[in-house]
Design a protein around this ligand. Sequence first.
Ligand code: FAD
Length: 174
Amino acid sequence: MTSPESDLDATPLRMRKALGRFASGVTIVTTAESELDDSVHGMTANAFTSVSLDPPLVLVSIANRAKMNDKITATGRYGVSILASDQEPLSLHFAGATERHDLVRFTWRKGVPLLEGALVHLSCQVTDSHPAGDHTLHIGRVDELWYDDGRPLVFYTGSFRALELQTPDEAWGF
Ligand code: FAD
C-alpha cells in the first residue's frame, strides 16, 4: 500500500508547481538537417541555462519524448532564440498549443536556424548529452551569438508575463 502524499513530497505535480516559481525567460530551440527552412524543427523551452563563459557553453533540457530530442541527437547542433515580450504567440505555436505558421520566420547563423524578432540568437554545437530522468541535457558550445535590447518574454507559475522595468541600458547590470 502506498503512503498518503505529504506536503513535502517531490511528486511531478509539486515539482512543476514549486519550480514554476523560478521565473524564467522563454526560448525557441531549433535544429535542422540542412540549410533549408523545410528541414527545420523547433520547440518552446524554458529549461535553458548558461553553463560557462570560457569556453562559451549553454544547456537545454529536452523531454525524452519530445521529437526535438532525437533531432538534436541526429544533427549535433541547435539554435536558441530568446524571445521578446511580443512573441508569446510564437511560444504557444512551438509548444503545439496553437497554430501560427504565419508568424514563423527563420534566419540562419552558422548553419543553424533562429527565429526572427528574438532578443538573442545562439548557434551551438552539441559537446555532450546527458540523460537525466525523463529529460536529456544537451550541452552546446556557442559558435556565434547575436543580441539586441528590448523586453523579454517571461514565464512564471505557468503564465506568460512581461517585465515592467527599464531597458538594459537604464538598469543596474553586469
Ligand atoms: P512538436 O510538438 O511536433 O512541435 C512543436 C510545435 O512546433 C508544433 O506545433 C509544430 O507545428 C511547430 N513546429 C516545429 N517545427 C516547425 C517549423 N519548422 N515551422 C513551423 N512550425 C514548426 N519541453 C521540454 O522538453 N523542455 C523545456 O524546457 C520546455 N519548456 C517549455 C516552456 C514553455 C513556456 C512551454 C509552453 C512549453 C515547454 N516545453 C518544454 C514543452 C514543449 O514545448 C512541447 O512539449 C513541444 O510540443 C515539444 O515539441 P516536439 O519536439 O515534440 O515537436
